[in-house]
Design a protein around this ligand. Structure first.
Ligand SMILES: [Mg+2]
Length: 224
C-alpha cells in the first residue's frame, strides 16, 4: 500500500534530545572548569535559555552565554572554545540511531519500499548527524532546511521530497515525533502519518497520526 516512507531525523531516527542535554552538560562543566564564575547548573540553564530564545540549532550559543559574564577577551575565548570542544566530544560519544533503525530500514528496502528524509535541521547538521549515526547511505532523498528555507509544517519541504522521488502524497507514510510539525504538515499535504512516540517530548498531542509506534521496528507491521 505504501511505496515510500519519509522520516524526520531528530528524535525520530536518532536520540537528539539526549545528545543536546548531555553535550550541554559537558559544555557547562568545561566552562566552569576553565574559569567561568558560575555553577554548572546556572550555565546549563543559560545554554537552554539561549536555545529557547534563538532556536535549538543556534550556532553562537556558548558565545552568548560567556558574553554575559563580561570577562577579559582571551579568558572569554578560552572558556568558549573549551565549551565547543567538550560539546563536540560528547556529541560523538552519545549521538546514535535508536535501536533497530538500521536493520528496519534495510528490511523496508528489501520489501521494495523507497525511503527518504525531511528534516528541519540545516543541511550540514542533518548530514553530520546522519554520518555520526551511520545512516548516511540509507536514504534515496534527504531534504533539509536549506532546500526550502521553510520548516515543517510548511508544505514546501514535503513537496520537495515528493517531487524528487516522483511520488504522490497518497503513496507515502511520514514518520515523525512532533505532532504540530511532522504530523500536521504531512497530513496537510495528503500523506498518511505515523507518530514516533519514543521520541515525543512536546506536550502537543494533536493532530493525531494515523499510526503510532513505541519502537522503530514496529514500522514493519504498518508497512507490509
Ligand atoms: Mg524531530
Amino acid at each position: 500500500m505504501f511505496k515510500a516512507v519519509l522520516f524526520d531525523v531528530d528524535n525520530t531516527l536518532l536520540d537528539f534530545l539526549t545528545f543536546k542535554k548531555e553535550s550541554a552538560k559537558a559544555a557547562a562543566h568545561a566552562m566552569v572548569e576553565h574559569g567561568l564564575p558560575a555553577t554548572e547548573m546556572e550555565v546549563y540553564g543559560k545554554i537552554f535559555a539561549t536555545y529557547d530564545a534563538k532556536g535549538i540549532e543556534y550556532q553562537k550559543t556558548f558565545y552568548e552565554v560567556v558574553k554575559q559574564y563580561e570577562l577579559e577577551i582571551n579568558k572569554a575565548e578560552r572558556i568558549q572554545q573549551a565549551a565547543i570542544v567538550a560539546y563536540s566530544k560528547k556529541k560523538f560519544e552519545v549521538l546514535h540511531a535508536y535501536p533497530m533503525v538500521r536493520p528496519t530500514l534495510r528490511k523496508l528496502k528489501e520489501r521494495g519500499i523507497r525511503i527518504g528524509v525531511v528534516s528541519d535541521a540545516p543541511r550540514n547538521k542533518a548530514w553530520q548527524r546522519l554520518v555520526i549515526a551511520g545512516l548516511e547511505n540509507e536514504f534515496e532523498v534527504v531534504v533539509t532546511h536549506d532546500d526550502t528555507m521553510e520548516k515543517k509544517p510548511n508544505p514546501s519541504p514535503f513537496f520537495v521530497a515528493l517531487k524528487k522521488m516522483n511520488l504522490l502524497p497518497s503513496a507515502c507514510l511520514f514518520v515523525g515525533d512532533n505532532p504540530e510539525r511532522d504530523i500536521k504538515g504531512a497530513k496537510e499535504v495528503g500523506m498518511r502519518t505515523c507518530l514516533a512516540k519514543y521520541g515525543l517530548w512536546t506536550r502537543a498531542k494533536e493532530p493525531k497520526a494515523d499510526y503510532e509506534i513505541d519502537k522503530f521496528e514496529e514500522l514493519l507491521n504498518i508497512v507490509k
